[in-house]
Design a protein around this ligand. Structure first.
Ligand SMILES: NC(=O)c1ccc[n+]([C@@H]2O[C@H](COP(=O)([O-])OP(=O)(O)OC[C@H]3O[C@@H](n4cnc5c(N)ncnc54)[C@H](O)[C@@H]3O)[C@@H](O)[C@H]2O)c1
Length: 443
């Protein structure tokens, strides 16, 4: 095997033996579409479209070597047959009922998966109405301090692992978006955070209690929503100490996915931009929660940051200094999960002549998000078996607001993110990294 050109030696990867338990706070549209999809793929009823771990290949060596195995044959990933699912939600519906309610998948498909879905009953949630204002439900943990709730979650995690005979676990947040908050004093160090849990500090959100319990249990934690969760000094310190990988934030699906495809292309050609107006209509429960200004603020921050980072106005003031960027999300119940996102982009070319681009993306939010959940769970488990800990920047590919080491700006360009992801896999296996220099073909 060729040795990696990275300075850091390739890790020894533990094998993916036994079952991987997937723990998910929030059992709504994304979660049920993900679980139903895995069950459908297992039964040969559907294909895992959109998943890199299941479909994508990775080139090894020179282009002339013709060696491009599937990613899942190159690195040892848990197989879909080895996944079992455990969820928490404030609504007591089982996964079949929740999937019918979400209205993403056809009833005829769900009926074929009724038996495995009905078996998934959500555990009572740690919930705080101050953090998600538009919804409430009865399936909650009994009253107690935030530390009591963390201990109840630790218990849930232990019990799930034993009952389902899991070798390893991974947790991924697919719950509602919490209201916007910035790191506070209580997020400074682990000691501050644990004191805050005991005192039920109002600055500690439910998602942070789940993340604390995950990290304490040695379980990797991914954040599919835009709120902070592990992106604080206290929980990052904890993750590194416990050798636990973490990543986030906010699945990169509909409109921001489009933005990170189009914007790097315009910038690559040095075309200028006056403005980018994005608006959405969606009518699912996520849309209802985002109708609250606090939750929308979390989303807005994560959506706005991508464009600025890609265009780098500080390097190209003549092209991008005054870009007017506006993002709107409108809750419109008739659409359900079938979102529509419009983009109007005002660009300019040679000698400043203006042009316009219009995008109308009739997408299905949860259909786009489900394969991301699958890949993240499998890659986070791989990262842990490879001894990687703390922020997993190589998984930026999946997020609107990628977490990075303190002081580093996030990489938003999806093609750079993909290269980073694949080079990380090559590095893990001690293969040569691919730089795309290609001079050797012309010697
Ligand atoms: N679908 C996408 O394309 C997409 C993209 C990016 C981010 N997201 C984020 O993913 C998350 C899930 O999206 P969705 O469409 O499935 O939403 P959803 O409203 O259908 O499901 C979220 C579920 O979380 C539950 N919940 C809320 N707070 C909880 C808590 N503290 N503990 C346990 N459960 C809790 C709710 O009851 C609900 O059932 C949202 O935060 C959304 O913003 C989704």
């Amino acid at each position: 095997m060729a040795s990696s050109s990275s300075e850091k030696p390739a890790p020894a990867i533990r094998p993916a033996n036994g079952k991987l338990g997937v723990l998910i706070p929030g059992m709504g549209a994304v979660t049920t579409t993900f679980i139903a999809g895995v069950e459908a793929v297992r039964r040969g009823l559907a294909a895992p479209v959109g998943s890199l771990t299941q479909l994508n290949t990775i080139r090894l060596g020179k282009r002339t070597d013709n060696n491009s195995p599937k990613i899942k044959d190159f690195v040892p990933l848990a197989s879909l047959d080895d996944l079992s699912f455990g969820c928490w939600d404030i609504f007591p519906d089982n996964a079949y009922e929740a999937a019918v309610h979400a209205g993403v998948l056809e009833k005829s498909m769900l009926d074929q998966l009724k038996e495995p879905l009905e078996r998934i009953q959500p555990m009572p949630a740690v919930f705080d109405h101050e953090y998600v204002k538009r919804i409430d439900g009865p399936n909650k943990k009994p009253a107690g301090s935030k530390m009591d709730h963390a201990e109840m979650l630790l218990d849930d995690i232990r019990t799930f692992k034993e009952k389902n005979d899991c070798e390893r676990l991974a947790m991924i947040w697919c719950g509602s978006t919490e209201v916007f908050n910035r790191p506070a004093a209580v997020h400074g160090t682990l000691k501050d955070f644990e004191c805050g849990l005991v005192k039920s500090d109002p600055e500690i959100s439910p998602s942070q209690i789940y993340a604390y319990a995950a990290i304490k249990s040695g379980v990797p934690y991914a954040n599919g929503a835009p709120h902070l969760t592990t992106d604080t000094p206290a929980l990052l310190e904890f993750a590194r100490d416990r050798e636990v990988p973490v990543c986030g934030k906010d699945f990169k699906t509909g409109q921001t996915f489009m933005k990170t495809l189009v914007a790097p292309g315009l910038k690559a050609r040095m075309l200028g931009m006056h403005g980018w107006f994005s608006t959405n209509i969606l009518g699912n429960r996520d849309g209802e929660v985002l109708d609250d200004p606090g939750s929308f603020k979390s989303k807005e921050e994560s959506k706005l940051s991508a464009l600025e980072q890609i265009l780098q106005p500080e390097l190209y003031p003549e092209l991008y200094k005054d870009v007017y960027h506006k993002v709107r999300i409108n809750y419109y119940p008739p659409r359900g999960d079938a979102k529509e996102g419009w983009d109007n982009i005002d660009i300019f070319g040679w000698m400043g002549y203006p042009m316009q681009i219009k995008i109308d993306f009739l997408c299905r939010d949860s259909i786009l998000a489900a394969p991301l959940v699958l890949d993240l769970v499998l890659f986070m488990d791989l990262a842990q078996r490879s001894g990687m800990r703390g922020v997993q920047e190589w998984l930026s590919f999946y997020f609107k607001a990628p977490m990075t080491a303190p002081g580093l700006y996030p990489e938003h360009d999806i093609f750079i993110q993909l290269m980073k992801l694949k080079n990380t896999l090559r590095w893990m296996k001690g293969e040569q990294l691919i730089t795309h220099l290609g001079l050797e073909y012309y010697d």
